[in-house]
Ligand binder design. Structure first.
Ligand SMILES: NC(=O)c1ccc[n+]([C@@H]2O[C@H](COP(=O)([O-])OP(=O)(O)OC[C@H]3O[C@@H](n4cnc5c(N)ncnc54)[C@H](O)[C@@H]3O)[C@@H](O)[C@H]2O)c1
Length: 451
């Protein structure tokens, strides 16, 4: 099938590459010329395991190409995915300007039937706005053409995106009513058939339910994280170990083990903005999203949990203190720094006078970029953060180690080497990577979450 993907970021690029890998002809559009140049030179602009190989393979086979040419991208695909960003607006609602711009471009250039697929995470009712934008462009051109706007939210996880796309738990497709809807249903079924060969995983539904399903999934996951963070803080006060409590409840099949890890709060490009956007949608329709507001509040507080522990240990004035930080990305196996808790902790530490030497296996370049934004106009604070070439180098001469991301090679480190490099054997672990008894037995002061 001929497919266009508008937006070549984490979602668009994975979607385009995986659809090409099963034999489709895919053209990916992005307005960011730098990204397209990297892709056309055989690279990828993001870190995502397995993605480079699949992009290279399909590019060389002539099934996957990249462009900044809007007209060419509209001409190419019978199916047009919209996978552009939907960042939070000032009031927390999803900013739909990129989605609507992509829709208008389609309306400006289309010359025959198209299925438009909203893959970006968008509030309920967005498909109607996309439909209206395209219809408006067609009217301005004095043309009438059939098209269907469907909703196909994406559930991939950064760090495992290719695997998630290739072997989905489910594929949700919202289809409009009527004849064009049925035409779209048949095309979407054909497009996704190769990804569900052993049994059908597509859930066809109405468009609004599909749009809401994505927010419901992310809000549920965020709720589990905030629930565990709240209980972790309580466990500390009560002298209980949240890790034992986690196992105690996770063994109940009604609860399960997934997404019950306490830590430094959820970050990333999805949970924070999607929870906010759902709260906003609820408000706009006269519902007080009491639970979701609490989920967000707990998370905001949790992002500073390590700062509070550090202050308790050293006092509020951290001038002269030097911290090593392991992990910067919001989670392992990605370079994504959007809403990463590490940014909150870095800011808090340098504001209190400390210096930080940080290390992340893949997010260093992205960190440099976001620190310029976070510390704009504060060059002295920015200068208090150095980036190390290795985890061991970050430790040299620091007063303590702060762990922000659970990269797998941080899980079983050489504690003797850590102790030798640090000025004092102190670890603040935001990811509960170690057995407290063992680490304390090695002579460390060890501060974890809820233990
Ligand atoms: N990142 C994730 O893990 C994930 C998972 C599921 C859903 N989503 C959702 O998918 C959407 C995209 O997220 P992402 O992380 O891939 O974003 P991203 O910022 O990595 O990529 C978006 C891309 O769209 C491009 N773009 C913007 N306007 C454009 C236009 N009019 N035409 C062509 N390109 C345009 C941007 O230049 C950018 O490269 C968001 O709605 C997000 O909520 C993201």
């Amino acid at each position: 099938m001929k497919v266009t993907v508008v937006g070549s970021g984490y979602v668009g690029l994975v979607t385009g590459a995986c659809l090409a890998d099963v034999g489709n002809q895919v053209l990916c559009l992005d307005l960011d010329a730098r990204k397209i140049e990297i892709l056309n030179q055989g690279g990828i602009p993001i870190h995502e395991p397995g993605l480079l190989e699949i992009v290279q393979r399909n590019r060389l086979a002539g099934r996957l190409s990249f462009t900044t040419d809007v007209a060419a991208s509209v001409a190419h695909g019978d199916i047009q995915f919209i996978a552009v960003g939907t960042p939070p607006d000032e009031d927390g609602s999803a900013d739909l300007r990129y989605v609507v711009a992509a829709a208008r471009n389609i309306g400006k250039h289309m010359t025959g039937f198209k299925v438009i697929v909203d893959k970006s995470t968008v509030p309920v009712g967005t498909a109607d706005k996309v439909h209206a934008a395209i219809a408006d462009e067609l009217t301005q051109r004095g043309t009438a053409l059939d098209f269907a706007v469907t909703s196909n939210p994406e559930f991939l996880k950064e760090g495992a995106a290719v695997e998630d796309f290739m072997r989905p738990d489910r594929i949700v497709v919202g289809i409009p009513t009527g004849e064009v809807g049925e035409r779209a249903r048949a095309m979407m079924q054909q497009l996704y058939a190769p990804f569900q060969r052993n049994h059908d995983r597509t859930l066809f539904m109405d468009v609004r339910s599909a749009e809401l399903t994505k927010y419901a999934a992310n809000a549920m996951l965020a709720t589990r994280i905030s629930f565990m963070n709240e209980l972790a803080n309580l466990a500390e006060t009560l002298g209980a170990d949240i890790e034992l409590v986690r196992r105690g409840i996770g063994s109940d099949p009604r609860i399960g083990y997934h997404f019950l890890y306490p830590g430094t709060g959820y970050g990333g490009s999805c949970f924070p903005k999607d929870v906010k956007a759902l709260i906003r949608t609820a408000q706009e329709h006269g519902h007080a999203a009491t639970l979701l507001n609490a989920v967000e509040e707990v998370n905001d507080t949790q992002k500073s949990v390590l700062v509070r522990k550090i202050e308790k240990h050293y006092g509020n004035d951290l001038s002269g203190k030097h911290f090593a930080m392991w992990g910067l990305a919001f989670k392992p196996n990605t370079d994504d720094m959007r809403e990463a808790p590490s940014r909150v902790v870095l800011q808090a530490l340098v504001e209190r006078g400390a210096r930080v030497t940080a290390y992340d296996p893949v997010a260093m370049e992205e960190t440099n970029r976001v620190l310029e934004l976070d510390f704009a106009g504060k060059p002295a604070q920015r200068a208090a953060i150095a980036l190390a070439q290795s985890a061991q180098q970050a430790l040299e001469g620091a007063d303590a180690l702060v762990i922000m991301t659970e990269w797998s090679h941080f899980r079983s480190p050489d504690f003797a080497a850590i102790k030798a490099a640090l000025k004092a054997p102190v670890i603040f672990d935001g990811r509960n990577l170690f057995d407290p008894a063992y680490v304390r037995g090695e002579g460390f002061a060890y501060f974890a979450i809820g233990r």
